[in-house]
Structure formats: C-alpha cells, structure tokens
Design a protein. Structure first.
Length: 433
C-alpha cells in the first residue's frame, strides 16, 4: 500500500492545489517586491507590480531570474530576509566557476526537510528503516537535505557522507541499512565494489535507493537495481531552490512529482522564453512559493524536460516531470548536432557496458572531433585486437543510430576511468579556448 508523508497535500485535489498556489504566489510576489530590491527593479523595468499578479495565470508577466542574476547579485542581493534571521547557507560546487550561495531561515530548512521526507516515504521509508546518506555533506545540499528528511521520517540515519567505499559497504552490512541515498554514479560504484568483494544482492539488506543530483538513464536505473537488488528512485532538486526534494519519484517510477505546494513549474522555449504547452519538451522554470530567505521567482534552471499531468497510480496529484536529459549547458553541440551524455550512456548500457565512460570533444582544423572512451567489463577484457576492433565498430554504429553523427570509440581496460563519489564528470570539452 502506498504511504505518504503529508497525504493531505500530496493527494489534494487539483482545485485545492491551484487555490493554494494562487494564494501563496500573491503573497510571495509581495514579499519579494517589498524585500528584494534587485528583483523589484526587474519588475519595474518590465512594468509589473504586485497588483498585476492575482493568480498563477499571471505568472508569465513576471521577469525571469537567471544564473547571471545570481552572479550579479552575489552574495546577498537576492535575499528576502535579514541575515540575522538566516541560520544556514548551502552552495553549489561551482564547477563552471559560478558558485551559487543560497540562504535559509529555520522555516526554510523545515519545509525543505519535509520535501525530502516525502521522497523517503515515497520510496517506502518508515521509522523502521535504516537510511544511509552517502551524498556529500557540507556546502552541497545532498547530504544535509536527505539527512534532515530521514530524521523527519524517523529512520535511523547513518550520515556516512560520500567516499571510503569499502566502509560504506561495511556499514550497509553491519548496521543493516535498508535505504541508500547517493548519486546514481556513486551507487553504481558501490555496486561494483560489492561485486568485487564477492557480495551478491541477496546478501545486502538494502531495499531502496534515492538517487539524484545528476542526469542518469533508465538503463542505468535497471543496472543499479540489478546489482544492488533494490528499487532505485529518482530525486531532483537544485541549490537555488533549496536542494534535493523539489521533486521525487513514487512507486510508479515514471517521473518525479513536483512539490507543487512549494514550487510552481513551467516549461519554456529556452531560446524565446515563451511558455510552452504541457507535454512539450523545454527548459524548466521554477517559482518558489514558500521560501523566505532566498525566494526566487521564475528561476530558469537550464534543465531540459517535459511535464505530465497524467493520473498517477500512487494517488499523488502533483504534476510529474520526466527525467531531465541533462542541463542545456551540459548539452554538447558536436558538428551542429545536440548530444546529451545520457543518450550515450543508454547506448553503452544497452550493449552490456558499464556506465564508466568519458566523452572527449576537440576541434581540429575547424572540425569537431568526438571520442568516447568506454571501459570494458572484466569479462569482456581481452588482448585480441580483432575482437576489440569489432566491439568498437559495433558501439560506433549504435551511437551513430542514436545521435545521428559518428563518434570514435576507444575501448579501455577495466578500472581505467576514474570513479565518482559525487557527481560524475563525463565530458572533457577541449574546444573552449
Ligand atoms: O544536485 C541537489 C540534489 C542533491 C538533488 C541530491 C538530488 C539529490 P545542485 O548541485 O545545485 O543541487 O545541482 C542542481 O543538478 O539543475 C540538474 O541539472 C542536476 N540534477 C539534480 N537532480 C537531478 C536528477 C543538487 N534527478 C542540478 N536528474 C540541477 C538529472 C539532476 N539531473
């Protein structure tokens, strides 16, 4: 039987959710107008005042907030509460040099942890469970968010953070962890290490995993489920909006329910900014309805996905978002063709390879080169060059049919590609001068 953390809202009627969103949006716009001069100026430039926003039908009138705004307003320019009322900051890893610092009041933390608790309960978690949180702790939101959610559910929480993989496995076994929270690439690495230690899925007490923070394919889900003998649930979120738990998967495992009492989702055309009809693929934009310290209206995530309001068998009524294919800024344009690493991952796993790969793009004489290094499993590993060449050609054909352009595949020995304990880095783009 499906269980919920806050059934009164998770299963509310669409009319109730809409009424709540209308009410909260009006209040939130007023809060931002009164307290965030940076955004108020943007509204004034667009000729909008809080009076123009009476319901979510008026949302499109508001200006967007982008990563550039966050950079310009860094660090305090988008705050909606005095620092004195804030109790925490979290921050993104800043891999692209654009560090985001988000602020939280105690109320913000409470609501964020509720969202994570919803995700844990949707994955079958109860106060009987032992929840191992192997996301990084610290500035990254993964560890603190799931840790808080796990406490709220009443699970026995093991805050291992990421790293030290053999110790992770020791705790899973010795403390009988039933739920594992980490990035999908780290889950795959933990699974691989267990296998090497001679452990089979039935010797591992885990029953569910809550994996997110990076794009991962359906094929990778199957792979992790088989290796660990669990059900693997997706979870999505971003630091700008709190962290994990903006949306989460239920027993149907077919997309993530967005916590619509806290966030309104829109899909826009990334080029024109125009709002697209439901069911169309585009860039996700979120408006936070309840955040006090760092309230973002119409924040452009750069994540590409689709929303669906089809009735879900789990009983939740929140809109669902499909797995994001990746960020629009992770999308590679190679010889004019759009390529997402997750598409490459699907081809590799379908062909029996592990999700250990690296994409190297360069430009030689004005033409893009596109190399994919793929690790062989120990079973495939051979020094028979003919066999390796045949395998490489097979993969190249698979990639060409998925992507529409040709890649050069290089098979490498097992364990050559660096494993990830957090977000995996799949792409080396040498074209940027
Ligand atoms: O990754 C928050 C998080 C932690 C989510 C733990 C889930 C679990 P950031 O570091 O700010 O926050 O990165 C946010 O990661 O815009 C997406 O591009 C990507 N992302 C997050 N979850 C998923 C997911 C955390 N389930 C950025 N699938 C987002 C695909 C995801 N991409």
């Amino acid at each position: 039987m499906e269980r919920y953390y806050q059934p009164e809202i998770e299963c509310a009627s669409r009319e109730e959710i809409r009424a709540l969103q209308n009410e909260r949006l009006v209040k939130q716009v007023k809060h931002v107008w009164d307290n965030v001069p940076y955004y108020r100026k943007k509204m004034e430039e667009k000729g909008v005042t809080p009076d123009d926003i009476q319901s979510i039908d008026d949302l499109h009138k508001l200006p967007f907030v982008t990563k550039d705004d966050l950079r310009l307003a860094y660090p305090y320019g988008l705050m909606g509460k005095p620092l004195k009322e804030c109790v925490r900051i979290q921050s993104t890893s800043g891999t692209t040099g654009k560090r985001v610092v988000a602020f939280y009041t105690q109320h913000d933390i409470d609501l964020w942890e509720d969202c994570c608790a919803r995700a844990i309960v949707a994955a079958g978690g109860t106060d009987e469970d032992v929840c191992q949180v192997s996301y990084g702790y610290g500035l990254f939101t993964g560890g603190p968010g799931l840790n808080g959610g796990s406490h709220k559910v009443g699970c026995l929480t093991i805050p291992t953070s990421s790293g030290n993989t053999e110790r992770q496995i020791m705790f899973i076994q010795d403390l009988q962890a039933t739920i594992l929270c980490c990035t999908p690439s780290y889950a795959a690495y933990i699974g691989e290490t267990m296998k090497e230690m001679g452990l089979t899925p039935d010797q591992i007490p885990l029953k569910a995993g809550i994996f997110g923070a990076e794009a991962w394919s359906e094929e990778m889900r199957q792979d992790i489920q088989n290796t660990l003998g669990i059900k693997a649930y997706d979870i999505y979120g971003l630091t700008e909006l709190s962290g994990p738990g903006v949306s989460f998967e239920c027993s149907e495992q077919s997309g993530m329910h967005i916590n619509e009492d806290h966030f309104i989702a829109e899909i826009i055309d990334p080029n024109t900014g125009e709002v697209l009809p439901e069911g169309t693929k585009g860039e996700l934009v979120f408006t936070s309805l309840t955040k006090e310290a760092f309230p973002l209206l119409r924040y452009r995530t750069k994540d590409i996905c689709v929303l669906s309001r089809e009735k879900c068998s789990c009983g939740r009524t929140f809109v669902k978002m499909a797995k994001p294919m990746g960020r629009s800024d992770d999308m590679l344009i190679i010889r004019g063709v759009n390529v997402f690493p997750s598409q490459i991952e699907s081809v590799l796993i379908n062909a029996g390879y592990p999700a250990n790969y690296q994409i190297i793009v360069d430009r030689v004489k004005n033409t893009d080169t596109f190399d994919v290094q793929v690790e062989m499993t120990p079973e495939m590993f051979t020094d028979n060059m003919g066999e390796i060449k045949t395998r490489q050609r097979e993969l190249e054909a698979g990639l060409r049919s998925m992507l529409g352009i040709s890649a050069h595949v290089v098979l490498v020995a097992p364990k050559t590609i660096q494993r990830s304990e957090g977000k995996a880095v799949r792409v080396i783009d040498k074209r940027k001068i």
